[in-house]
Design a protein. Structure first.
Lengths: 107, 107
DNA sequence: TTCATATTTCGTAATTACGCGAAATAAAGG
DNA sequence: CCTTTATTTCGCGTAATTACGAAATATGAA
């Protein structure tokens, strides 16, 4: 993870509708959810939905796979982990004891 | 954590300079870093720095404490944890086995 | 108080993001 | 091929964000 990619990811999540989409995909699980179903559940116009899904995909936060007529979207947990690791990189000047308990041990 | 607060936090991080400031504070540790030193290290004008620090503080990502003449800024690790928990809430429809290993166990 | 240091507020101009209607494109079934 | 379903692209008007100079404010030292 690098700074520009992290900014793309945070920008993607910094939006009411996109954040709702991502959290919905998280709750639906790694098998993926059809775009149309996302739009139906969140009451989004097709063009608006398409733009937001494209933004999330470009940011690496979701993956897309065509299944017959529909496109299934699934969240990327690796992306979330990468973001957190990037945020907390070299935490506390290497003094792990300073932030033990509040930071995952593998950062 | 709720949706509007999460959006404020992600918006705050979705900016080149603010992300650099936050990561610098993380690396400096919980004792805090004077605003002026942040500005010196990242080469920021006072008004620009002030605005960005205020944004990060409003988003709950950093804390500020006056120490003599300076204001010490420190990162909030709790805020990061809260964001991640919010993002991954009710992951995979409650089927923890679906995302074991990629998601912290306490989400 | 007087001065120097540290930080915030305000105004402005340039840039970018936003939703969504309409039209175009893609894929699969009949 | 033709139709239906699913998704994307384009264009427009609107709204929010940005950096930063200049001035104001706050704090502590002399």
């Amino acid at each position: 993870m690098n700074q520009p990619d992290a900014i793309d990811a945070f920008s993607a999540l910094a939006h009411d509708t996109r954040l709702a989409i991502f959290r919905l995909l998280v709750q639906r699980g790694p098998a993926g959810t059809p775009a149309m179903e996302v739009g139906r559940l969140l009451d989004l116009k097709p063009s608006t939905l398409s733009g937001h899904l494209a933004t999330l995909k470009r940011a690496g936060l979701v993956t897309a796979e065509r299944q017959h007529r529909e496109i299934l979207y699934a969240p990327s947990f690796d992306a979330v982990n990468g973001l957190v690791r990037f945020l907390l990189q070299d935490c506390c000047g290497g003094d792990k004891s300073a932030c033990a308990g509040v930071v995952p041990p593998d950062v």
